[in-house]
Design a protein around this ligand. Structure first.
Ligand SMILES: Cc1ncc(COP(=O)(O)O)c(C=O)c1O
Length: 512
């Protein structure tokens, strides 16, 4: 079954009527003729824009906003993507004129406040990482990975070691890990996890060699399990001549409790937008600062933010002869850095530790409640506590009634809940990866679990109810593979399809 709801809504372009206006133009004595735009740059035709009155514009944007789901709408248990508590004051701070309206080409004397904030944030991040050098430039976690691996490559090449072309990573690793590995020109050597969902040390020993450039891992890993053999792992990797990369996307489980530098890591990236405030998701701007050890510092991207104590002066240093270059425009996403800095300052050392404890507590609470539901089970060693997230396997339910993780996600959406991450990590077939925001309260988690249980009960009465979900949403069950192969990204594409009579799309009869 497939519903047309969203396609019945007229698009904003179709709503318009020539001559409708939402504003009264200001009276001005500047005539367009006074503006000296070269003829070659002037439009030949008026832009194709909808003409609407104010009410229509308001309804359009309100409707779009209502179709959105965010951490301010309700529980957001999306594993790995960690929806943080985003204090609203940080949003206000990031819009403060002194920061938001600075220009990246302003002389450094005029942006001392911004540079001081960046410098102090670097200091805090290096302290938490246990790694002394930092660049705030990468604009996302994946970009941080790309940068960190770039440092590893530059390090080996600087030593004349050009044969190290392999990065080893566990089969539980996040999809961006192999992607950034390949983008750095490395081969991926994937090793299997053991029965506890941790790195298999024998497999690691067999995988490393004189070809190993590094080992990339997140700890706790994507199953939410802490790699308790991490010191031994570091030893094995370092003995082979490789370096250890820490994917800090799961840092929210360990802030102020354990430091990656002390576990033996040489380089890490943070996901500021996951661990230190900033609304995450929807592809908005992020920040993936990289911290590294002494031996990698000379390869950091330029510019680095430095401080000259004698002159009490902050400046940008482009003078790193061995730098890997730039990885983002200017100095990175400073608005995201500011949110992270404000978050760290507001919480302080104790508050940050408490945040992690809280993240671990809510993840373990939801885990025990969800695994108790008939048809769901916790994969890998049940006795190992999880950290910030847990991975529940819906395979038993799939075998019992043919209802899997994707169906469960869609049923939850019908009930106005955000779904957990599904079908990831790949080593759990019917994975539901659940990670509540650390400040989610018990009542809200209990209600989420109750809804989950009720929906599974409904599916037991009628599995097709699950297969046809979601209900009451602007888009029904879509055919994911059709959508991937037929990307429709613009109004023009829809218009073309409409002209050809191919819109709305027809799904195959048997799709689910
Ligand atoms: C474990 C892990 N590593 C890396 C990333 C990539 O981060 P980003 O989405 O900021 O690129 C994520 C993202 O969710 C993640 O969960």
């Amino acid at each position: 079954m497939y519903r047309q709801a969203i396609y019945d809504e007229p698009l904003i372009y179709d709503l318009g009527k020539k001559g409708r206006r939402a504003h009264l133009p200001l009276k001005t004595d500047v005539s367009p003729i006074d503006i000296n735009i070269p003829e070659s740059m002037k439009r030949k035709e008026a832009p194709e824009l909808p003409e609407l009155h104010e009410g229509e514009v308001m309804r359009h944007y309100l409707h779009l906003a209502q179709m959105n789901y965010c951490v301010d709408s309700g529980i957001y248990p999306l594993g790995s993507c960690t929806m943080k508590y985003n204090p609203k004051i940080n949003e206000a701070l990031a819009r403060a004129e002194g920061l938001a309206y600075t220009h990246p080409y302003q002389p450094v004397e005029t942006i001392q406040g911004t540079l001081e904030m960046m410098y102090e944030l670097q200091k805090a991040l290096t302290e938490l990482a246990g790694l002394p050098y930092c660049s705030l430039q990468p604009p996302a976690g994946a970009a941080g990975e790309y940068t960190g691996l770039g440092l590893i490559r530059a390090y080996h090449q600087d030593k004349g070691d050009f044969d190290r072309d392999e990065i080893v990573t566990p089969d539980s690793s996040h999809g961006t890990n192999p992607a950034s590995t390949v983008m750095n020109g490395y081969k991926i050597i994937e090793i299997k996890s053991n029965e506890n969902g941790q790195v298999d040390l024998d497999a690691l020993r067999a995988a490393v060699s004189e070809k190993t450039a590094g080992f990339m891992i997140t700890n706790p890993n994507t199953l939410g399990i802490f790699e308790s053999d991490i010191c031994e792992i570091a030893e094995i990797v370092h003995e082979s001549g490789g370096l250890l990369y820490y994917d800090g996307a799961n840092f929210n489980a360990i802030i102020g409790i354990i430091r990656p530098g002390e576990m033996g890591f040489d380089v890490l990236h943070y996901n500021l937008h996951k661990t230190f405030s900033t609304p995450h998701g929807g592809g908005g701007p992020g920040a993936g600062p990289v911290c590294c050890s002494e031996r990698l510092k000379e390869f950091l991207p330029v510019p680095t933010v430095e401080y000259e104590e004698e002159k009490d002066f902050y400046y940008l240093n482009y003078d790193l002869p061995k730098t890997i270059g730039k990885v983002h425009g200017y100095y990175g996403n400073t608005g995201i850095a500011l949110r992270g800095y404000a978050y760290i300052c507001a919480l302080g050392a104790k508050g940050l530790i408490h945040t992690s404890e809280q993240a671990v507590l809510v993840a373990n609470y939801v885990m025990r409640k969800v695994e108790a539901i008939d048809g769901l089970r916790l994969r890998f060693n049940r006795n190992l506590p999880r950290k910030h997230e847990c991975v529940i396997d819906a395979s038993p339910l799939k075998h019992q009634i043919g209802v899997g993780a994707m169906d469960i996600a869609k049923m939850l959406i019908s009930r106005g809940k955000h779904a957990p991450t599904v079908l990831f990590p790949l080593i759990v077939h019917e994975a539901l990866m659940i990670e509540p925001t650390e400040n989610e309260n018990k009542e809200s988690i209990d209600q989420f679990v109750q809804v989950l249980k009720e929906e599974i009960d409904k599916a037991r009465d009628n599995p097709d109810y699950a297969h046809d979900a979601p209900y009451w949403t602007s888009v029904g069950r879509v055919d994911d593979s059709w959508a991937v192969k037929n990307l429709i990204l613009s109004y023009k594409m829809i218009k073309n399809l409409k002209t050809k009579g191919e819109w709305p799309p027809k799904w195959p009869e048997d799709h689910h």
